[in-house]
Design a protein around this ligand. Sequence first.
Ligand code: ADP
Ligand code: MG
Length: 268
Amino acid sequence: MAKIIALMNQKGGVGKTTTTINLAACLAVAEKKTLVIDLDPQGNGSVSLGLDSSQHTNSNVYHAMIGRTDIREAIYETELPNLHICPSDNNLSGAEIELVSEFARESKLKTAFMPIMDSYDYILIDCPPSLGLLTVNALNAADSFIVPMQTEYLAMEGLAQLINTVKLIKANLNPALEMDGIVLTMFDGRASLHKQVSEEIRRHFGDKVFQAVIPRNVKLAECPSFGKPIILYDIESKGSEAYLALAKELIIKDRAQSVETQNGLPEV
Ligand code: ADP
Ligand code: MG
């Protein structure tokens, strides 16, 4: 069964899309069958993986969520054999309004996922920069979530609201939802502010902060315009190194957790 991870932070420009795409590509390189769900109507993730919006105007995540198409019809291949994408476009911004009056509107994505749960090791959802219905759908469908966070002044502002949303989802919709952790992004080791902020976040969240830190790296900003993840654009870059380290850390954590779960099973 796939592990479903939502990459969320209601702030824009913190590295959600960059982290989703590049973490997914590194998981794929590690032979994990991985699907990216682009749940942001801006569709940046889809473009970053080389998709042209004209390719999927009639079959993308929007159509899968409103039940107009089977999600398998809305999944596309990428340059990496183990990496697929379910893209989005501007239509998705209408979904929040269209779904408001629908029965089980928070479960549309979860229901759409059913036919593909056994086809992937990881499903990564790139959330929009809000805590609205799309993000609620992502958190309801997910096993866990990752919060990309920029090491800038006011990084933790808004976090209380984010945690409150997660608490509401756990209490009302998805009690099993867990936090994988916080990923520090766009880190500049020469800036004392970045060091201070990252220390403060680590003090606050302890081992819930991934050891792998994503540096500010111009190659990471360049690769979306070539429709390639960093690992295919420049394998030697600091950005590649960082996302490979993040993928490794996640895989090791997940393996340890699954051993723990197995050990926890009663003898039969
Ligand atoms: P979000 O999805 O949270 O809005 P993005 O991933 O789109 O954020 O990142 C915002 C902008 O910053 C994009 O232009 C992206 O290319 C750039 N960016 C993201 N991470 C890095 C990084 N580590 N180094 C340099 N530029 C980055
Ligand atoms: Mg984004």
